[in-house]
Design a protein around this ligand. Structure first.
Ligand code: NAD
Length: 483
């Protein structure tokens, strides 16, 4: 059963002006069309911008508590539709029911969080250097912002951009990824039902170049918040910089977990395995390198390979341990990296193949895969695979492990498993990553603290989430008042 969605522009659901559409199919059953969406073009972008710009002044002058009340209500509406949103997410993107339910819950929590934060949106008062003078700052919305999002967290990421943008008084045009746009439509329905004025939030579906391109190039856009690949994000940042738009790009990762001899190796294998194979390895923060001390290397490789072999892979609706890849392209890319790993001389310890037979033939299923004997300069240790493939690299000391962890272009998330506090402290202080963890997987983020990367993982201009989420979407005016 498939559903047909529209663009949400100026408070109305509309078709693309060309009338063209595209289909989203179920990655667990590729013959099944899940949904149909408008294939929009620049004309639709202009219509959405007309609406967003027209709605901006009134929304900016709406009191923060009133803006917040709408966001909270949107969160309540989404909570009431949690099961439906979870199912749409699983059928479009492929993750497991548990993973999808957790992601929808995160979106609900983010609405509630920024619903409350909208009350605090204001500024700070400082002591002036003369009597009869007030000195303070005032936070103002940027104006109209473009939000461009990837398919791998198709509800959490749009909401972690949209909620702070609206809380801060901006209007927005959101372009979700074409692989899984259905849950964004549900989010917009929840905002509409909560009483969001027409034009404040708009969403348009379509290709990156035909919708995203005109959006980031438009002179009517005051800020661009992008999450996706480093290749596209670099281009987005360059384009936005031409007319000095505020821009934030959060991009790829090649995240390591270091395992030291003091760790419980079974626990460490599970920590790494959950980080590597959860969401089918399709998280920007997925653990793709385990950097393991030589004293426990063989024991770790055996334990993490057993863990990989134990995982049940299947249709996300049945809530197995791991769902399919989102698309045939992503599956092919992962299988290509398996070939690259083998040709580079690494040892395939677990997985490595497309799953076949019975229901597997209908979808993009691959085995959780572990390579040992990986050199850190190998392509499978340097390039983002975005699939359930773990490269295990050997280190001969803590210093060596730290150097290997830092020896990549990316710097998103990193963790260490150790019972030695000084190793843990040194690691979080010296690792080049925007998120650093002790005794935890590289995936998993709390919503009220900043998130973003170092190096090629981010433009490193602003962080997302928490207070930092509001910072990106606001300008600070400093006011000197003499009386
Ligand atoms: P992608 O870069 O292919 O696409 C991201 C978005 O950009 C999509 O909406 C796409 O349609 C749009 N786009 C594509 N070409 C465009 C163009 N020319 N102009 C404007 N927009 C364009 O990424 P993806 O495949 O959807 O997502 C996977 C990537 O996202 C991975 O690299 C992953 O690491 C990264 N990611 C990063 C984070 C983070 O917070 N750092 C979070 C999730 C995913």
């Amino acid at each position: 059963m498939s559903r047909t969605y529209g663009n949400f522009i100026d408070g109305e659901w509309t078709d693309s002006q060309s009338g063209e559409t595209f289909e989203v199919t179920n990655p667990a059953a590729a013959g099944e069309v899940v949904s149909v969406h408008p294939a929009s073009t620049e004309a639709d972008v202009e219509a959405a911008l007309d609406a967003a710009v027209a709605a901006q002044d009134e929304w900016a002058s709406t009191p923060g508590p009133s803006r917040g009340a709408i966001l909270r209500e949107a969160g309540n509406n989404l909570e009431a539709r949690k099961e439906e949103a979870t199912e749409v997410l699983v059928r479009e993107e492929g993750k497991t029911r548990s993973e999808a339910g957790g992601e929808v819950q995160r979106a609900i929590d983010i609405f509630h969080y920024y619903g409350a934060k909208a009350r605090d949106f204001g500024g700070t008062v400082k002591s002036a250097s003369a009597p009869g003078k007030d000195l303070y700052t005032k936070h103002e919305p940027l104006g109209t912002v473009a939000l461009i999002t990837p398919w791998n967290y198709p509800i959490a990421i749009p909401v972690w951009k949209l909620a702070p943008a609206l809380a801060a008084g901006n209007t927005a045009v959101l372009k979700p990824a074409s692989e899984a746009p259905g849950v964004v439509a549900i989010v917009l329905e929840c905002l509409d039902d909560a009483g969001l004025p027409a034009g404040v939030a708009n969403t348009i579906t379509g290709s990156g170049s035909e919708v995203g391109g005109p959006l980031i190039e438009s002179e009517r856009i005051d800020g661009v918040s992008f999450t996706g690949s480093t290749a596209v994000g670099t281009m987005v940042a360059e384009t936005a910089a031409v007319d000095l738009k505020r821009v934030q790009c959060e991009m790829g990762g090649k995240n390591p977990t270091v395992v030291m001899p003091s760790a419980d190796i079974e626990d460490a294998a599970e920590t790494v395995g959950v980080g590597a194979f959860g969401t089918t390895g399709q998280s920007c923060t997925a653990t793709s390198r385990a950097i393991v001390h030589e004293d426990v290397y063989d024991e770790f490789v055996a334990a993490v390979s057993d863990y990989a072999d134990s995982l049940v892979v299947g249709d996300g609706l049945d809530d197995p341990d791991m769902g399919p890849h989102v698309s045939e392209d992503e599956l092919s890319s992962t299988l290509e990296y398996v070939d690259i790993g083998s040709s580079e001389g690494a040892t395939l310890e677990a997985g490595g193949s497309r799953l076949s037979g019975d229901d597997y033939d209908d979808g993009y299923f691959v085995e959780p895969t572990v390579f040992s004997g990986v050199e850190n300069d190998a392509r499978i240790a340097q390039e983002e695979i975005f699939g359930p493939v773990l490269a295990v690299v050997k280190a001969d000391s803590f210093e060596d492990a730290l150097a290997l962890a830092n020896d990549v272009d990316y710097g998103l998330s990193a963790s260490i498993v150790t019972q030695d506090l000084s190793e843990g402290k040194r690691f979080v202080n010296e690792v080049e990553a925007g998120v650093a963890k002790i005794n935890e997987k590289t995936t998993g983020l709390e919503l009220h603290v900043p998130f973003g990367g170092y190096k090629d993982s981010s433009t490193n201009t602003y962080r997302e989430q928490g207070d930092a989420g509001l910072d990106f979407f606001s300008s600070v005016k400093t006011i000197y008042e003499n009386y």
